[in-house]
Write a protein that binds this ligand. Structure first.
Ligand code: PMP
Length: 288
């Protein structure tokens, strides 16, 4: 079947899958979402993704019209409808159809959309060679303005940072927070290896608490490093032995250059490669 889309209980083809232009998701970016990988035809870490989705929705006072169990069933149903071909699911809950004002109380029922498709975030050779990145001037959203822990449909902050990176000839942007510490990348969390320590910015740095970030922290011991959350400066990044990004779509991607400085030896490091192997082993056992 390939790409299929669930909208409010109906499974549709890509062409049939349309929603109203009056939905506040389009008009205001008002809604929440999740990106979930499927390995062996089954969603990976579905519980963690649903937990984050329902927390994001609660934080923006959006009531999802399905229970968690119903949502998990809908994800499975959509994956099955794709004939096991989909490797990526985009789960979206919109505020619903309203008028042209921004009052969410005037919106009807929130819409639940589940897209089952494929995704390739970075070309395969970038995983061998590693990414070149820059820190950008666009600050990650201040948590008291729009908390990055909310995975909302409003990604303009991230997109502006991505544009800065692309225009300076790099693939990815590293975003700092209001205090100048490292927060995260535009769609990924960031880690560094320094000696035997595996360090990543804490929740209070203003990040989306990544599901892949959690998996990597669980795998750290087996890769010979001790995970810890720590405020990181740009200096910490420059002098790291290794650096990599984590995300559902990206999985684990090595970073070899930041602001024109080589990281470590300027090629993917041994801990990063070992973590990639361990991650692959774990995902290949998904659903067993
Ligand atoms: N930060 C941001 C801003 C993201 O969009 C994502 C991707 N969802 C992540 C981090 C990584 O989170 P996860 O590992 O759950 O995909």
């Amino acid at each position: 079947m390939g790409t299929v889309v669930y909208i409010n209980g109906r499974i549709l083809s890509k062409e049939q899958a349309v929603i109203s232009v009056f939905d506040h998701a389009l008009l205001y970016g008002d809604g929440v979402f999740e990106g979930i990988r499927a390995y062996n035809g089954k969603a990976f870490r579905l519980e963690a993704h649903l937990e984050r989705l329902y927390e994001s929705a609660h934080a923006i006072a959006l009531e999802i019209p399905l229970s968690r169990q119903e949502m998990a069933d809908a994800v499975r149903q959509t994956l099955e409808a794709s004939g096991g071909e989909a490797s990526y699911i985009r789960l979206i809950v919109t505020r619903g159809v309203g008028d042209l004002g921004l009052d969410p109380q005037k919106c009807g029922r929130p819409q639940v959309i589940i897209i089952a498709d494929r995704i390739e975030l970075y070309p395969a050779e970038l995983y061998q060679r590693g990414l070149r990145t820059v820190t950008v001037a666009t600050m990650r959203n201040h948590p008291n303005a729009l908390n990055p822990r909310i995975k909302s449909l409003n990604y303009l902050n991230n997109i502006l940072a991505k544009i800065e990176a692309l225009r300076s000839g790099c693939t990815e942007a590293i975003m700092l927070n209001k205090d100048g510490f490292v927060a995260e990348c535009t769609g990924d969390n960031i880690f560094i290896v320094k000696g035997k320590a595996l360090l990543t910015p804490p929740e209070h740095a203003g990040i989306l608490v990544g599901v892949t970030r959690q998996v990597v922290m669980e795998l750290a011991g087996a890769a010979g490093v001790t995970p810890a959350e720590k405020d990181l400066s740009r200096f910490d990044l420059y002098v790291a032995d290794e650096c990599f990004l984590t995300g559902t779509a990206a999985e684990i991607v090595p970073v070899v250059s930041i602001d024109g400085r080589d990281i470590g030896k300027g090629r993917p490091g041994p801990v990063t490669l070992r973590l990639r192997e361990l991650f692959r082993e774990q995902t290949s056992r998904n659903g067993e």
